[in-house]
Design a protein around this ligand. Structure first.
Ligand code: ZN
Length: 147
C-alpha cells in the first residue's frame, strides 16, 4: 500500500477492503449512512476516490483535512525503471512513459502551487515533493540522453 493510501485510510472512520487496492468507506464529506466512498490505489500509488453520492474529490479531501497534493504524495516515478546499466537503460527507455511521468510531476507541482497560494506558506513535505519532482524530471532527461 502506498503512503498516500495509508494516510487517507487512517483518517476515515470506517472502511473495508473489497479487493486488491480497493476500499469502500463512509464518505466524510456528506451525511453518509452506507459506505458510498470508493477508494482505489492507482498503479503509481496515487489515491483515486469517488463518492457515489456526488461529493467532489476536493470536498472529500477538505473533510479529511488533507490537500489534493496528499493524494499524489508518493506517485513520483522512477523513470529509470528496474533495468540496470546504461546500455539497457537507454534501450528500454520509453518516451511515452517518461512524458506521462513528467506530466504527472507537472500536475503535482501545480497542485502544490495552488496549495501555497491558498495557505500563503509552503509545508516542508511539499517542498520535499517539489525537489523530488525536479530531480525526477532531470533524471528523465538524463536517461533520454540529454543533460
Ligand atoms: Zn460523499
Amino acid at each position: 500500500m502506498s503512503a498516500s493510501v495509508d494516510k487517507v485510510l487512517s483518517l476515515l472512520p470506517k472502511y473495508r477492503k473489497f479487493g486488491p487496492g480497493k476500499w469502500m468507506a463512509i464518505c466524510p464529506a456528506h451525511d453518509d449512512r452506507h459506505p458510498s466512498l470508493s477508494i482505489r490505489e492507482a498503479e503509481d500509488g496515487k489515491v483515486l476516490m469517488h463518492c457515489w453520492a456526488g461529493c467532489s474529490v476536493e470536498q472529500i479531501v477538505n473533510a479529511l483535512n488533507l490537500s489534493m497534493v496528499d493524494l499524489f504524495e508518493d506517485s513520483a516515478r522512477d523513470f529509470r525503471g528496474e533495468t540496470s546499466g546504461v546500455g539497457s537503460l537507454r534501450k528500454s527507455f520509453d518516451y511515452r512513459d517518461a512524458l506521462t511521468g513528467v506530466s504527472q510531476e507537472a500536475t503535482a507541482v501545480m497542485l502544490i502551487a495552488s496549495e501555497i497560494i491558498h495557505s500563503g506558506s509552503i509545508k516542508p513535505h511539499h517542498y520535499d515533493r517539489l525537489r523530488k519532482a525536479e530531480s525526477l524530471i532531470s533524471d528523465a532527461l538524463a536517461v533520454a540522453g540529454g543533460r
